[in-house]
Design a protein. Structure first.
Lengths: 328, 239
């Protein structure tokens, strides 16, 4: 997945101060062509500010944003040509008709001649706007507005789409529609989207960047962040093999000595004579084999042994609340 | 240039799709016509000077009220609804945005002035009309309007509230307009300064039929200065 040769987006120690408040602090990352990257973070974490710096709307206090090797602050016009951007809340000219608005964007984006009609028809079809072309944008439902916002970002067929909360305020059906559209776009374009809806990124992104309090706290694939690799949690239920009641401390001791296990927690069992445990393991080691051996040696029976996936919610909470976030 | 004109066209449509354009045109024609013809018939001479010449109560003074109404929403509304972010992340310079909007406002004022061309035509049918001062008067009026518009646009970049934009630009325009009459109340060494900075003094010259480069340059520098400041102000917002 890493293709260091030509990142389409590169953030180099981006920092943004609003007066005395630091909104974004030292954020660096690279996005390769064709990736679909999700920015995740609580409200006010600095996702939008970061996107605004990538799109050239805001000038970074220090650091730089590069799009296809072009410094956005140095040559904003060239960089902006490569980007399709949907700002937060899809601000649109409410008094304009959809078709007029798209023509206006085509004017601004320099999409002219016979190519324009073809392009607008294609986008209109793709975003499902054909029925509302003659309507005023102000009359559209939130879902349609969002689609107009997406269509607007695609008029010039950019390589890079930056979408700030493309599904906020939509109903579940509309969310699925937009998500499908983004997935489809992700097949041919680089997409960076921000959201605070977790299933959203899991569904559509190949990579997740978690931002909290202006800092980048995680940058990895959803698989890693949800614990398929590395942070396994194992649940098990044990029972005595010969009728003698189990001593909790014995079992706990046996489990703790299993290689890779870092924490053992007592949970509910499955009725009389059973004990439940929840085990956290560190590293890439799968502790289940060791647990099985420990059970054989310790002379207790495993009724249940399964690895639990950490939900992205857990990872998210851990990363965004863990770091001195009690007042967040 | 195409992008600038796209903005101009969008804004002009905005004016004519809403009541703004019609209110401006009708108000200007009615009130300016009444101001002018009441003076004309008193004077009993075929002369357009009362139309162009500034006074406490004249068509040019009407522009001091109408211009802020035309310009107040140009940037303030985009800032309020957030569309400014959409606009400034398109490949366009902030200067082009300002110029596009300025041209649209100019177009609306131009339309109003074009309609008033019925007045000299009417007057010419009543008696001999000297067309020289008419042409220099119109030129002066256009320059005068341009300088007020640039102030209005500057004020519109300063706030997200259209009412605030209207009031501030009205106050600035009115101050520059009425300062001319204040020269009689200030120490004599200040009088030339008060006269020179007033937008009405220079219009008075042109209404008389005198096209002096000093007057033209005054309006042009005020217009360009106002627009440059508007560009800076717009840039500062997404700096």
């Amino acid at each position: 997945m890493e293709n260091d040769s030509a990142p389409i987006v590169e953030a180099r120690s981006l920092r943004k101060d609003y007066g005395p408040t630091r909104a974004v602090e030292d954020i660096s990352f690279k996005v390769s062509r064709g990736e679909v990257v999700g920015f995740l973070g609580p409200n006010g974490a600095g996702k939008s500010t970061t996107m605004k710096m990538l799109t050239g709307y805001l000038r970074p206090t220090s650091g730089s944003a590069l799009v296809a090797g072009i410094d956005v602050a140095q040559d904003p016009l060239a960089a902006k040509r490569l980007i399709g951007y949907l700002p937060e809340n899809a601000p649109l000219y409410d008094e304009m008709m959809v078709v007029d608005f798209l023509n206006f964007v085509a004017d601004m984006r320099g999409v002219n001649g016979p190519e324009r009609q073809k392009r607008l028809r294609e986008i209109g079809g793709r975003c499902g706007l054909m029925d509302v072309l003659g309507k005023n944008i102000g009359q559209l439902s939130k879902g349609y507005r969002q689609r107009v916002g997406l269509a607007q970002a695609m008029v010039h067929d950019p390589d890079l789409l930056i979408l700030d909360e493309p599904t906020s305020g939509l109903d579940p059906n509309q969310i699925v529609e937009i998500r499908e559209l983004i997935k489809e776009l992700g097949r041919e374009k680089t997409v960076i989207l921000s959201t605070h809806i977790l299933p959203e990124v899991q569904a559509s992104c190949g990579r997740i960047i978690i931002i909290n309090k202006g800092k980048l706290v995680a940058d990895d694939t959803p698989e890693v962040l949800t614990g398929a690799e590395g942070r396994a949690v194992v649940r098990l239920v044990v029972k005595a093999s010969n009728g003698t009641p189990l001593s909790e401390s014995d079992v706990r001791g046996a489990l703790t000595s299993v290689p890779g296990v870092v924490a053992v927690e007592r949970t509910d069992g499955e009725g009389d004579g059973t004990l439940g445990f929840r085990i956290r393991a560190a590293g890439a080691l799968d502790p289940r084999e060791g647990i099985f051996r420990a059970a054989m040696q310790g002379n207790f029976v495993l009724l249940d042994l399964h690895r639990e996936r950490v939900s992205l919610e857990d990872t998210f909470r851990q990363l965004t609340l863990g770091q001195g976030g009690s007042h967040a | 240039m195409r992008k600038v004109l796209a903005i101009t066209q969008r804004e002009l449509r905005g004016y004519f799709d809403s009541p703004v354009a019609y209110i401006v045109l009708v108000t200007f024609l009615l009130v300016a016509g009444w101001m002018y013809f009441s003076a004309l018939f008193l004077m009993g001479r075929a002369d357009m000077r009362p139309f162009f010449a500034p006074s406490i109560f004249s068509p040019s003074m009407l522009l001091v009220v109408l211009v802020p109404a035309i310009t107040m929403r140009l940037i303030a509304e985009e800032r309020k609804t957030g569309t400014i972010e959409l606009l400034t992340t398109m490949p366009i310079r902030d200067g082009e945005v300002i110029v596009g909007k300025f041209l649209a406002a100019m177009g609306l004022i131009g339309a109003a002035l074009l309609l008033t061309f019925a007045y000299p035509l009417t007057v010419a049918s009543l008696g001999p009309l000297d067309w020289g001062p008419v042409i220099s008067g119109y030129l002066g009026f256009i320059l005068f309007a341009a300088s007020l518009l640039s102030i209005g646009i500057l004020c519109s970049t300063l706030t997200t509230n259209q009412i605030v934009a209207f009031i501030v630009s009205f106050l600035v325009c009115a101050a520059l307009y009425y300062v001319y009459w204040l020269q009689f109340f200030v120490p004599s060494f200040l009088a030339p300064l008060f006269e020179f900075v007033s937008v009405s003094f220079h219009l008075d010259n042109m209404a008389r039929g005198v096209v002096d480069s000093r007057d033209v340059l005054f309006y042009l520098s005020l217009t360009i200065g106002g627009l440059l400041l508007a560009v800076r102000s717009l840039q500062a917002q997404h700096a």
